[in-house]
Ligand binder design. Sequence first.
Ligand SMILES: NC(=O)c1ccc[n+]([C@@H]2O[C@H](COP(=O)([O-])OP(=O)(O)OC[C@H]3O[C@@H](n4cnc5c(N)ncnc54)[C@H](O)[C@@H]3O)[C@@H](O)[C@H]2O)c1
Length: 306
Amino acid sequence: MFGPHQKIILHLLDIPKMADALKGVVMELQDSSYPLLDSVVATTDVQTAFLHINVAILVGAFPRGPGMQRKDLLKVNVSIFKEQGEALNKYASRDVKVLVVGNPANTNALTALTKASDLPTANFSALTRLDQNRAQSMISEKVGVSVENVNNVIIWGNHSLTQVPDVNHGYISNYPQRDLVSPIKSAVEDEKWLNEQFIPLVQNRGAAVIAARKLSSAASAANAIVGHMRDWLLGTRDGEVVSMAVYSDGSYNIPKGLIFSFPVTCRQGQWSIVQDLKISPFIQAKLELTTKELEEEKQVALSFLN
Ligand SMILES: NC(=O)c1ccc[n+]([C@@H]2O[C@H](COP(=O)([O-])OP(=O)(O)OC[C@H]3O[C@@H](n4cnc5c(N)ncnc54)[C@H](O)[C@@H]3O)[C@@H](O)[C@H]2O)c1
C-alpha cells in the first residue's frame, strides 16, 4: 500500500465486545510474518488507537439490519463517526489521511470531517474505488481484454445505488491492436448495454455480493482500499484518473461541502479533481439524483449531530 520498503505500525481498534476477536486478528498478523509490519497496537481505547496516526482507514460501521430505516442507520453511524472525527481532531497527526469505508461511507466521512474542524478538509475521503474496479472489470469482460487495459472509468457521487458509473472519458489501451487506443464506447459498440445494463450492474454489485456471500465484499474491498491509499500517497500514473469521494469545492456544480466521488489525479500526497470533462445530458440527470440523495443524507446527519 505504501510502497515495497515502507514499514508500518498498525493500530487496530474495535469495540470492547470484540476484544477477543481482535486478539485472533493479531495472531494471524504475527503468523503471516509480514516483513513490513513493524508492530501492532490492538486496542478498544479510542485515544490509543488514534494517537499520532498518519493514515486512518475507518471500516467499523453499524450494518443495516432487516427492516431498518435508512434514517435509523444514519443515526447510529453518526454517533460512531462523530466520536472518530473528534478523536482524529485530538490525537492524530495533523497530516493524517482518512479513508472512510464503513457505510453510508460518504456521509460518515462528512460527519467525521465536521467534528475534526482543526484538520484540513482535503485530509478526508470515502471509498468508491471498489465501484471503479467493478466497472472496469465488467468492461474488460464485455470487450474481451485484460482489465489492465481498461482505463479511466469514473464513478461520480454517492457510494450507493445512485452512484454514476461513467465510461465517456475511459479508453482501452492496446486495442484493437498493440499501441492503439480506443474509447470504451467504441470498443463496447453497444450503447444500449452500456446505458441499460452496465450501469445498474455496477450499482447493484455490492448487493449481489451480499446476496451470494451473506456478508459484504471483503477481499475486493481490501484490494480497493490498497489502491485508493497507494494512489493518494504515491501518486497516480501520468494520464491515469481514479475515483475518490472527496470534499466538493463546487466543481461540476456539485454543492460545496458534500463528500462526492469525483475523478481525481494524485501528486505528492494531494488529490485534485480533474476539471473540464464534458458531461452528457444522460449522465447529468444521474448526477442530479445522486447529489439530491447526498444532500438529504447530509441534512439528516447534521440534524443528529446538532
Ligand atoms: N465503501 C465500500 O466500497 C465498502 C465495501 C465493503 C464494505 N463496506 C462497508 O464497510 C463496513 C464494514 O464491513 P464489514 O463487512 O467488514 O463489517 P463487519 O461487521 O465484519 O466488521 C466491522 C467491524 O467494525 C467493528 N466496529 C463497529 N463499530 C465500531 C466502532 N465504533 N469502533 C471500532 N470498531 C467498530 C465491528 O465490531 C466489526 O469488527 C460496512 O459498513 C460495509 O457496508 C464498504
